[in-house]
Design a protein around this ligand. Structure first.
Ligand SMILES: Nc1ncnc2c1ncn2[C@@H]1O[C@H](COP(=O)(O)OP(=O)(O)O)[C@@H](O)[C@H]1O
Ligand SMILES: [Mg+2]
Length: 310
């Protein structure tokens, strides 16, 4: 699989604020790569520099063999863009927006097809200002695809959408990839990243702090699992402390929590069965991408770094 995007040593400074520092990554053709990080960590700056919408101070950018700073017209034909703060005039109708953008990208599909593909047929004559949040998002994704791009950048596509509209957006992104388009997805939603992304890059204060598949990040950054169940009697579960891998046993009312490592569920289940305890709700809670992300970033946005200070 060839690379759609190759970025090496990207740096961008605003005054003395170092927004992006030595960021390198690759996006394979047809791959969905997620960009995660706290507010202000440099995600938007990164994707906008890569698309040639902001000028990087340093670093190599290669989009299917072209540098957006040297061959902007070719890169514009290859890239689809949904910007974080996209907006259209309130009065423009859906079909007018699609036609307008299509005229600027003659190599793309007929705009009528995009209207149908993205389920916007019923809203064809609706003014932008009257669209629901989900419909706007669909329109922005459709507009990002008017030039039939080979790679599309989606910056916080689902922020502000209700849960149903987010699901629809996920299906749309999956559909974009099905057509062989690479996707760079900036998101704050861990469930979204875990579900859609082949690989993830986590930024913090302008630097890459982790990369990997969602499963790799979870495995590398979290530890153990938690088994939970309901127990009737007042106590008598102390034998669980002796089960291999168990690190902690705690109880709140009739809710029991066993934390530890290894194949915890089957070991706890075995010990319970031996003691004729048969909880109907025995379950294991595995660490999630969110746990890994919080372990990586501490959950809070660090102060931006200033040039000259490490
Ligand atoms: N146009 C700009 N002028 C000055 N500072 C900016 C500008 N855009 C972003 N920044 C600063 O750069 C840092 C990274 O911002 P941004 O790339 O928007 O991060 P994110 O998208 O991860 O929230 C922040 O400290 C932000 O305040
Ligand atoms: Mg942003």
């Amino acid at each position: 699989m060839g690379a759609a995007v190759r970025v090496n040593g990207l740096r961008k400074q605003y005054g003395d604020v170092v927004a992006v520092d030595d960021v390198s990554f690759e996006v394979g053709a047809g791959e969905i790569v997620g960009l995660l990080g706290p507010n202000g960590s440099g995600k938007t700056t990164t994707v906008e520099c890569v698309q040639g919408l902001r000028r990087a101070d340093r670093g190599e950018i290669d989009i299917f063999g072209s540098d957006p700073r040297r061959d902007a017209p070719r890169v514009r034909r290859l890239v689809g863009s949904q910007l974080q703060d996209s907006a259209l005039p309130d009065r423009i109708k859906v079909w007018e927006a699609l036609r307008l953008f299509s005229v600027l990208s003659p190599q793309g599909p007929p705009w009528e097809r995009l209207l149908d593909d993205w389920g916007l047929g019923p809203q064809r004559n609706t003014a932008f200002g009257d669209l629901s949040g989900g419909q706007r998002q669909r329109l922005f994704v459709a507009l990002a695809l008017v030039n039939e791009p080979k790679v599309v950048f989606l910056d916080e596509m689902t922020t502000g959408l209700d849960p149903a509209a987010r699901r629809v957006a996920w299906d749309l992104v999956a559909a974009v990839r099905e057509r062989g388009t690479a996707v760079v997805l900036v998101t704050h939603f861990m469930d979204e990243a875990a579900r859609l992304c082949d690989r993830i890059m986590v930024l913090s204060a302008g630097r890459v702090v982790a990369t990997g598949t969602p499963a790799e990040l979870v495995a590398a950054r979290t530890h153990g699992s938690i088994v939970r169940f309901t127990a009737g009697g007042p106590d008598g579960l102390d034998y669980l402390r002796g089960v291999p891998g168990v690190a902690r046993l705690s109880r709140t009312g009739d809710q029991v929590e066993v934390a530890g490592t290894g194949p915890l569920l089957v070991r706890v289940a075995h010990a319970l069965a031996v003691h004729h305890e048969e909880p109907a709700d025995l379950r294991v809670e595995l660490p999630s991408l969110e746990d890994a992300y919080l372990a990586l970033t501490g959950g809070a946005a660090p102060a931006p770094r200033r040039a000259g200070k490490e």
